[in-house]
Write a protein that binds this ligand. Structure first.
Ligand code: CS2
Length: 484
């Protein structure tokens, strides 16, 4: 195959003008919202090109701009990979390099929607109170210099302030991160942030800005050499911005866009009045199981999700956890939880997808509350279904303990890859006693819900599982869990 020059490098004219700013242009955005927006513009036109903003990294910005914002998506099907180009991004901006162009874009009347994928830890919003966490590094920075923000909330609030000042309508703000009621949470956080600098602005935001919640789903492993090699093989040119993903994709969106929106239905998006039950199902059944796979997989020495799923015992454990997670759900019209679980298991087994357990294991303190603690609170105290939730929490602790037993604290913190890694390592110290490991980790401030903290049955259940994991290993722990 001849390797041709990258199409797009010559700055071809794109269909449509920008209408969206997307914050967080990691692989997931490129494999998900950008694909839906591309489909929407192909089907119905419209000025919905995306201006992509990266808050921290600059490499992806340079790579995308060198390609006129276009990139390759490699879809991993069972009969081999398929690749296609996505042309819905007009340009990319590096906020860390220069914030002004980002603020200009946010204040541009042509921009009507801001979409967001920055991962859980970038919000800096307390999940219980909905208020900002003043010690969060970006919140702290942005409250101190609100006109020169660097973080998500600061940017949104400054963008809205500029629009209010210019007498422009606000944009619609759409969180696409795996957080429960992500729209409601972001709205409360943005209003609280604004209140701290300008109460009138906060009032205007409360009255005029719409924050629809969304549920997003597409398994997107981090790009590797194999992604770039396949992109080149299939389309004939190098693409350092290529992403790879599974064939499945889902986007459920609350249809509350006062300033219009792309025809995302053209890409298969589903518009609903209330996203919360879908989000809850996905967080509990998919993401919760993913976390269980990640921690048990790490303990068992499995690199990829598909390897975990190829282990008969672990695979049965994951299926059991999905049943237990489904038991926390209210019925949802049109959804059969058993079928949903079967489809998830098939997706996790996909041998074409090399999804590292390490990637999912990161940021555990940000993920476990909605994936494990919240559903555990919805089950009756001491119920058998709680077992796999307690096991996931125990496995998270065991992974941290194992890292710290094997390497220096600073390396352990790096491997843990969690915003609270230092606190975790400090809490663990040299402690090998399972009860005190539990007590110290469960009591990290503002983390585990009071209901679980004050439940001795939960505590005993987690400690018992942690003991088995640490002294007898993964197979033994699964055996206990699946005992009839
Ligand atoms: C995963 C998610 O890394 C993780 O924590 O559970 O990124 C998961 O792959 C996506 O939510 C799937 O839609």
């Amino acid at each position: 195959m001849t390797v041709s020059a990258m199409p797009g490098a010559q700055n071809r004219q794109k269909a449509g003008r920008p209408g969206i700013v997307h914050i967080g242009i990691g692989a997931f955005h490129r494999a998900h919202q950008a694909v839906y927006t591309d489909a929407a513009m192909k089907a119905q036109g419209g000025d919905w090109q995306i201006i992509g903003v990266s808050l921290r990294s600059t490499d992806i910005v340079d790579a995308l701009n060198a390609q006129n914002g276009e990139f390759t998506v490699v879809e991993r099907h069972s009969d081999g990979p398929k690749a296609y180009r996505i042309a819905s991004m007009s340009e990319a901006l590096a906020a860390a390099r220069d914030i002004q162009p980002v603020l200009d874009a946010l204040a541009d009347p042509a921009i009507r929607i801001i979409t967001i994928t920055v991962t859980e830890k970038a919000y800096g919003i307390d999940r219980v109170s909905g208020r900002v966490v003043p010690e969060h590094p970006s919140i702290k920075h942005d409250l101190a210099s609100p006109r020169q923000p660097a973080g998500l909330l600061g940017l949104l609030v400054e963008g809205l302030r500029l629009r209010k000042q210019a007498d422009l309508p606000p944009f619609t703000v759409v969180s696409c991160d795996n957080l429960p009621s992500n729209g409601v949470l972001l709205r409360t956080g943005v209003i609280d942030f604004a209140k701290r600098i300008d109460s009138e602005l906060a009032e205007w935001i409360a009255q005029t800005v719409s924050f629809p919640s969304t549920m997003v789903d597409r398994i997107t492993p981090a790009s590797t050499a194999a992604t770039y090699a396949d992109a080149k093989l299939l389309l004939g040119f190098e693409d350092p911005a290529a992403v790879e993903t599974e064939p499945f994709s889902q986007w459920v969106i609350e249809d509350d866009f006062p300033n219009g929106r792309p025809a995302w239905e053209a890409g298969g998006a589903v518009m609903v009045d209330d996203v919360e039950p879908y989000e809850r199902m996905k967080l509990r059944m998919l993401n919760g199981s993913h976390s269980l796979i990640a921690y048990m997989g790490q303990l068992g020495g499995y690199r990829y999700v598909r390897d975990v799923m190829a282990d008969a015992g672990l695979s049965r454990l994951i299926a059991r956890h999905m049943e237990n997670a489904a038991a926390t759900m209210q019925p949802l019209a049109g959804i059969d939880f058993t079928q949903y679980a079967e489809d998830l298991l098939a997706r996790f087994r996909n041998p074409e997808i090399a999804h590292e357990t390490r990637q999912i294991a990161m940021d555990g303190t940000e993920k476990l509350p909605q994936r494990i603690f919240a559903p555990a609170c919805d089950l009756p105290r001491g119920s058998v279904e709680l077992g796999t939730f307690a096991l996931c929490f125990a496995a998270w602790m065991a992974v941290a303990r194992q890292h710290l037993n094997e390497v220096e604290p600073s390396t352990a913190a790096e491997i843990l890859n969690d915003p609270r890694a230092d606190e975790i390592i400090h809490a663990l110290g040299n402690n090998q006693d399972t009860a005190s490991i539990y007590d110290r980790l469960a009591m990290l401030p503002d983390w585990m819900p009071k209901q679980l903290l004050s439940d001795p049955l939960w505590r005993d259940g987690v400690i018992a599982r942690l003991s088995v994991l640490l002294s007898d290993g993964v197979a033994e722990a699964i055996g206990h869990e699946l005992k009839p």
